[in-house]
Design a protein around this ligand. Structure first.
Ligand SMILES: Nc1ncnc2c1ncn2[C@@H]1O[C@H](COP(=O)(O)OP(=O)(O)O)[C@@H](O)[C@H]1O
Ligand SMILES: [Mg+2]
Length: 375
């Protein structure tokens, strides 16, 4: 089966080298992978695991929390533990493959956990020790950490603290397993780190949008990198894609798919191309219109726009300084910025403590919005 477009995987060699070096060292810290939404964190992780860890030396426990609705202790337990069907009847082979990904439990033990009679971390540790005894290296990967926010806000902050203290104990103290955590919510990462006093025991890897060279390379090699045969882009069109999306892989990829239907004789006609780009930026403006239905939020977007014009990476103080009307007190501004991070308007870098608007198209949408409301 041939598709007219395939997912690309451009460069990331530096990030791969970083990950390889980190995994080759005896575990002694937790690795946080952060970066704006859809910058390619999950893709990088999958590639890294596939290319380097898919052998008997490693036992990967991969949790993608995106698919799981986590609100309570019980959901949390269900996310990390699975009933061990290998002790039950049925299709063993299929079940066993699934079991590789999670901590195994008997039905009784699962019930004990849910009733809070057993300690989940004791069970996890036992599993890790078993693996070590077999000469395997456990790697715990938690993707989309921000899904735990529900639990955090639900008054179960302590549980998360315990989880992270467990990770510290397993990596820094007993060197039993590697722990990798990925999230686009840098704000949440920082809160978790502060809560668990993790800062000194963590390593951070930023996965950002592609740079200009990589993006231009991709757009000049659509057949090789994305299996696109229907068209090539002109140099001027490539400039326009870069101007509109920067190196945001997901948006570029979606746009390449959208213009496919206009392709004629190996090219995309100028009018259709521009119309498709126009639609994107209008959509980005609409996101701001929808969010900022109060004067207060409008003032906030205007302030973020002003801060962004001064510097693409800006601080809380820069936003606060541009927000003259006194709509937000300090705490409220922090909360609202955190909210914008979790809704992917802006990204927060937990290492530099700076914010940035999430991607070039979002920047354009924000500026259009600011102009629309006359700021
Ligand atoms: N290095 C890359 N080159 C090209 N496209 C990529 C690259 N990394 C990711 N993508 C594409 O970008 C999209 C988002 O990637 P994903 O890994 O889900 O981002 P994240 O986990 O950071 O939110 C996917 O469609 C993926 O195919
Ligand atoms: Mg992801």
């Amino acid at each position: 089966m041939k598709y007219s477009k395939e997912p690309a995987f451009i460069n990331r060699s530096q990030e791969m080298v970083f990950l390889k070096n980190w995994i080759d060292e005896r575990p002694e810290n937790i690795l946080f992978i952060y970066g704006p939404k859809s910058s390619g964190k999950t893709t990088l992780l999958y590639r890294f695991i596939e290319e380097n860890l898919s052998n008997a030396a490693y036992d990967i426990k991969h949790f993608n929390l995106r698919e799981i609705f986590l609100e309570q202790y019980k959901d949390f337990i269900r996310a990390f533990f699975e009933i061990d069907y290998s002790k039950a009847k049925g299709d063993l082979k299929e079940k066993r493959e699934y079991d590789l990904k999670v901590f195994k439990l008997t039905v009784e033990a699962l019930k004990g956990l849910e009733a809070q009679e057993l300690d989940p971390f004791v069970i996890m540790k036992k599993e890790l020790l078993k693996l070590e005894a077999k000469g395997r290296r456990p790697v715990i990967v938690i993707d989309e950490l921000q899904a735990l926010e529900g639990i955090y806000l639900n008054g179960q902050r302590e549980l998360l603290k315990e989880l992270f203290n467990f990770f510290v104990a397993m990596s820094k103290e007993s060197h039993l397993c590697h722990v990798i955590i990925a999230s686009s919510d840098g704000y949440f990462i920082e809160r978790i780190c502060n809560d668990s006093k993790l800062n000194k025991t963590s390593t951070f890897l930023e996965v950002n949008y592609l740079n200009k060279d990589d993006t231009y390379y991709w757009l000049n090699n659509l057949e090789k990198e994305s299996a696109i045969k229907k068209y090539t882009l002109t140099p001027a069109q490539i400039d326009r894609v870069w101007e509109t999306f920067g190196g945001s892989c997901w948006e570029i990829s979606r746009f390449l798919g959208e213009i496919m239907m206009y392709a004629e004789g190996g090219a995309v006609p100028e009018a259709a191309f521009e119309e498709a780009l126009r639609k994107v930026v209008i959509q980005m403006r609409s996101l701001h219109v929808d969010y900022a239905y109060t004067k207060k939020r409008q003032a906030l977007f205007a302030a973020i726009n002003a801060a962004m014009q001064t510097s693409p990476c800006f601080t809380y103080a820069a936003v606060s300084a541009s927000l003259s009307e006194g709509f937000y007190d300090e705490e409220a501004l922090h909360d609202e910025l955190g909210n914008l991070v979790s809704q992917n308007f802006i990204a927060y870098n937990p290492v530099t403590a700076e914010y940035a608007v999430q991607g070039r198209s979002m920047e354009i949408g924000l500026t259009m919005f600011a102009e629309m409301i006359g700021r």
